[in-house]
Design a protein around this ligand. Structure first.
Ligand code: GAL
Length: 414
């Protein structure tokens, strides 16, 4: 063997030896701090520890992750990125383009991710041909949750149309019951808005408006009707809704202080963590209309120095997509596994409904990314829409003015 070749062999042996002995470390930035969320992230912490990893927790409270994303920017700007970050949708590609993300293709290829993830999910995890994030789950956003006893006592069925929802809400209000538990935070307003929009615009209209940002769709009469329904629903929330956290709104439904909540299935994680059973204590149904709004949680690994941290990133990525982890984590989180080969026998009826509807909507072309949860658009555009939604919900702005503002906000954000 000539000298340079020998040196290369020695170097390779050194690298693999040092990574074999490096103790996996990870500082993990996430926003899973509610009861159900904390139980879920603990599953990952335990699995990481059981595999020799040392986890440094960096939780940043705030549903929807806005505060976590602000904290992330500050850390990266100061040259001290966390090892692993809860990150999703086009924000993954945005950070990759900034040169901030590690390529985790070696793990993805060794673990055969391409064979166990649906193409629609795999696409979100790839950046310029490389794997740059690991998916944990599929959350559905367009759900309506209800307190089973309240509905029975008032002779109300789960609404199948928005008119039925409004009729139920009027009846409840007349009986002195708060119809809709809601937390007045911009991302929660956006969550309700996109569920209403999917129902009223239909899947094609939703795609044109919130994926393609088509001006005609954004300013259509149907969009005016979406804002009208939001105005109606503003009348169904209680007086103290402003600023309330989403999990406190879920607790209102749990405790019989309100009948319904419109929220993604992380709300189910709250019900389950409190020992409530679907079909008995609470009911789940998709919000009125066809289609399925998906929200896939994932983790991206940031460029960091140190063998131990890189070993931590590789271990975390591997565990996250692991078959058993995907089952146990999602049983707690309220979502369904991202992997297609995880048996759902231990999952409840809401999860089964989610899996069935996801498959059917994928077939019919109505499987759509959630704009409110950062799956459809880049931050500037989704932020522009949410600003209008929340300004309208919290004022007496007319629907026509809201639609005009929406078109202007999108034009300015491009
Ligand atoms: C979503 C996230 C969920 C859930 C929720 C509330 O954006 O995807 O996992 O945690 O926020 O915090």
């Amino acid at each position: 063997m000539n000298k340079p070749a020998f040196a290369a062999v020695v170097a390779a042996a050194f690298v693999s030896a040092s990574s074999a002995f490096a103790e996996p470390q990870a500082e993990v930035l996430h926003w899973w701090t509610s009861g159900g969320e904390a139980k879920s992230v603990a599953v990952l912490q335990q699995e990481f520890a059981a595999n020799g990893g040392t986890w440094t927790d960096m939780p940043v409270a705030g549903g929807g992750g806005d505060a976590a994303m602000t904290a992330l920017r500050a850390r990266v700007l100061s040259g001290n990125a966390p090892t692993a970050v809860q990150l999703k949708g086009p924000a993954i590609q945005e950070w990759y383009e900034e040169g901030a993300l590690a390529d985790i293709s070696a793990v993805a290829e060794a673990e055969g991710w391409a064979n166990v993830l649906p193409a629609s999910i795999a696409g979100h995890m790839q950046c310029e041909g490389a794997w740059c994030a690991a998916p944990v789950n599929v959350h559905r956003v367009d759900w309506i949750w209800a307190n089973a006893d309240i509905l029975t006592a008032n002779g109300i069925a789960m609404p199948g149309t928005w008119d039925e929802f409004n009729a139920a809400a009027e009846k409840l209000q007349a009986a002195g019951i708060v119809p809709l538990a809601h937390g007045g935070q911009a991302w929660q307003d956006a969550t309700v808005f996109e569920a209403v929009a999917l129902g009223i615009l239909g899947a094609d209209g939703f795609r044109k408006a919130f994926v393609e940002l088509d001006e005609n769709a954004l300013t259509s009469d149907a969009m005016v009707a979406v804002f009208d329904q939001m105005r109606t629903m503003r009348g169904y929330v209680d007086r103290n809704f402003s600023g309330r956290d989403w999990n406190l709104a879920t607790a209102m439904v749990m405790n019989g202080e309100a009948a319904f909540q419109i929220m993604g299935d992380w709300a189910k994680g709250e019900f389950l963590a409190a020992g409530k059973a679907p079909g008995v204590d609470f009911l789940c149904a998709s919000t009125p209309g066809d289609g399925f709004l998906y929200n896939v949680d994932s983790f991206a690994m940031f460029n960091v120095d140190g063998e131990d941290k890189r070993a931590g990133q590789a271990l975390l990525a591997k565990l996250i997509v692991g078959k058993n982890f995907q089952k146990v984590f999602n049983l707690n989180k309220g979502s369904i596994p991202a992997r297609t080969d995880v048996a759902l026998d231990e999952f409840d009826s809401c999860a089964h409904l989610s899996a069935r509807d996801m498959a059917a909507s994928s077939e019919s072309g109505s499987l759509l990314p959630s704009y409110a949860h950062g799956m459809a658009l880049r931050g500037a555009q989704s932020g522009a829409i949410t600003d209008v939604v929340t300004a309208h919900f919290n004022s007496d702005m007319s629907s026509a003015d809201a639609v005009k503002m929406l078109a202007e906000a999108i034009a300015n954000s491009m």
